[in-house]
Design a protein around this ligand. Structure first.
Ligand SMILES: [Zn+2]
Length: 237
């Protein structure tokens, strides 16, 4: 459109942006948008993952009661845990104990509340839909190496504390499917088959919900599991 001058192009851009922003504000105010696209609506586990989801989860940090309300609304069985210092620079603060979800974790798991919200959304909005699409059956069990451990990053004797020291992380090793077959990060990562494609897809999906997602491509420490956490490092690898 060379007949439009540079000056007029800039005006057109401003008008277009104003229309888009104005429509968005109108939709939000009139409550026309679905909840998952409305920044003013509290998060629900049943919400589809959108560009707002990670922001809504991050906003729960330090807002324990708001976070508990989301878990209560979701219907999962859980217990809030009292804050407790468990060791030098280790402790459980704003944590919850998940007793029962739709998928078993082989017993209850303890996580910081926003990390558990992320895990449950991942389970319902990514893990199971991707299992249905790629494996044509649901996941019945998530096999994991734990959530809480009072230790440093990579178990090193020196260095900074791992997010596991605050129950702000989970190490996922594999899955049991409805037909009893199993998929493991150790054996199936990188394979050009449905199990390998499933692992690649769920690893990628977790990056929309957790601040740090590490797998076998990150380093040797993660050759047999995915690490998901809610620290501040922001890695997806
Ligand atoms: Zn880990």
């Amino acid at each position: 459109m060379s007949w439009i001058s540079e000056h007029n192009k800039n005006w057109l851009r401003i008008v277009a942006l104003t229309v888009i922003l104005g429509s968005f504000v109108y939709w939000v105010e009139r409550d026309i948008l679905p909840d998952e696209y409305n920044p003013l609506k509290p998060l629900e586990i049943s919400d589809e993952i959108t560009f707002l989801t990670s922001n809504k989860i991050n906003n729960l940090k330090g807002k324990y009661q708001d976070c508990l309300a989301i878990l209560k609304n979701s219907g999962v069985k859980f217990e809030p845990l009292p804050d407790k210092t468990t060791g030098e620079s280790c402790g459980l603060y704003n944590t919850v104990h998940l007793l029962q979800s739709d998928i078993t974790y082989g017993g209850g798991i303890t996580l910081k509340c926003p990390a558990l919200v992320s895990l449950l959304i991942w389970e319902k909005q990514a893990l199971q839909p991707l299992a249905a699409e790629i494996l044509q059956q649901p996941i019945t069990r998530v096999k994991h190496f734990g959530t809480y451990a009072c230790r440093n990053v990579n178990g090193a004797p020196k260095g900074r504390r791992s997010q596991h020291a605050f129950a702000n992380a989970i190490d996922i090793a594999g899955f049991v499917l409805a037909d009893g077959s199993q998929i493991s990060v150790l054996k199936d990562w990188g394979k050009d088959n449905p199990s390998g494609k499933f692992l690649a897809a769920i690893h990628k999906s977790a990056c929309d919900l957790f601040t740090t997602v590490l797998g076998p491509d990150y380093n040797e420490h993660h050759h047999n599991h995915f690490h998901f956490d809610h620290g501040s490092s922001g890695i997806c690898e």
